[in-house]
Design a protein around this ligand. Structure first.
Ligand code: ATP
Length: 354
């Protein structure tokens, strides 16, 4: 009895780990593509591997899937070491950007295909494929041919084709990369909703920071084969751990060296996000707890919902500020060349490692 109670307590207090990577390393000749990655992906989590081209995201994903062998390190799925297990024997499915549906098969048959290969009986196959199509809101499209669908709908069929296998883990490698921006944004929301609905662990690779911020429970920011920061979208955006993260996720807006000393009275490199900075008159007095720095407006860019200012600071360097266009008259181009002050709440400054 005691053992059961302890077991229950344990399960409730710690979410279980779906994927555990330890010291994962992969070289291609002289290139160290993945350099000792440690990562725990939790059960039911939507975790994004975000980073620039060549930072090692895809190689990590391919190692989890089993398509690529690590030179060093281990991969556990649900607590079992699968480092040497072939791809087909791992409880994961992968959705790629070029999802190649079978053109001569109906949508329903495309989704059933994997189950057919696994010799799942026909009636069960039909039922499961229907459910998978419904989970991506394509329940009414089973009889269509792939050519009769839009790009976004085809991508959803590809997702249904993976979901029908009921994997514990779904790996997605830039699955929205081929879609235009509008459709991509719509699919981001839909994909996140589907994931919440089915409760499967998703590991999603992208180099698009907006996509990562929109969809993820947590983001692992990759740089040169390693994780520069792991955190929730808010943590990564509001508290970037390094100047690389500050620059890659959002706009790099750094106060460093002499400028940091002069404005903040502290050495080091500090990040302030553009939307936290107000552009005010040169003689305005800052409130308690605010920092202010004088400068000259170099650029004023109207971008619809907001206006972006680039201001050259009197102490050297420049900062970007973004202001919402909530007033009727939002043409602020006359500020170009003007002396202003940039003001922000000191709580919005974060020290970043170099
Ligand atoms: P992208 O967003 O461009 O796909 P990525 O972050 O996914 O980039 P990877 O594809 O994992 O990066 O590549 C990491 C590094 O390993 C790169 O320098 C790449 O050129 C190299 N690399 C990847 N696969 C191979 C391979 N099969 N042979 C040789 N080098 C490779």
């Amino acid at each position: 009895m005691r053992i059961v109670i302890q077991g229950v307590k344990h399960a409730m207090s710690e979410p279980s780990v779906a994927i555990r990577l330890r010291g994962l390393t992969r070289r291609f000749g002289d290139v160290l593509a993945v350099n000792g990655v440690d990562l725990d992906v939790l059960d039911g989590e939507f975790l994004t591997l975000l980073g620039p081209s060549g930072s090692g995201k895809t190689t990590v994903l391919r190692m989890i899937a089993g398509f690529e062998r690590p030179d060093d390190g281990t991969i556990e799925l649900a607590g079992v070491d699968v480092t040497r297990v072939p791809p087909y024997a791992r409880d994961v499915n992968t959705v790629f950007q070029d999802y190649a549906l079978f053109p001569h098969m109906s949508v329903q048959k495309n989704v059933e295909y994997g189950l057919k290969v696994k010799k799942v009986p026909s009636a069960e196959r039909v039922q499961r494929a229907k459910e998978a199509l419904e989970s991506v809101r394509l329940g009414a499209y089973g009889d269509r041919a792939p050519s009769q669908l839009s790009g976004g709908q085809r991508q959803r069929v590809a997702l249904a084709r993976a979901l029908v296998n009921r994997p514990k883990v779904l790996l997605l490698d830039e699955p929205l990369g081929a879609l235009d921006l509008k459709l991509r944004e719509q699919m981001q929301v839909e994909l996140k909703e589907s994931q919440r609905g089915v409760g499967i662990t998703f590991v999603f690779v992208t180099h698009d920071q907006d996509e990562a911020l929109t969809m993820s429970d947590r983001i692992a920011v990759f740089n040169e084969g390693n994780i520069a920061q792991l955190g929730t979208p808010t943590e990564v955006y509001e508290h970037p751990a390094t100047s690389f993260v500050a620059g890659f996720v959002g706009t790099s807006n750094l106060l460093e060296g002499a400028a940091a000393e002069a404005v903040l009275g502290r050495p080091g490199t500090w990040s302030v996000r553009p939307e936290k900075i107000r552009v005010v008159a040169a003689d305005a007095l800052p409130n308690d707890g605010e920092h202010a720095v004088p400068g000259t407006v170099r650029e004023v860019v109207y971008v619809g919902m907001s206006t972006r200012f680039v201001v050259d600071l009197a102490v050297g360097g420049s900062l970007m500020a973004v202001q919402q266009n909530s007033e009727m008259s939002t043409d602020l181009s006359h500020l170009r060349g003007q002396q202003v002050q940039l003001v922000w709440d000191a709580r919005h400054e974060y020290k970043v490692a170099d």
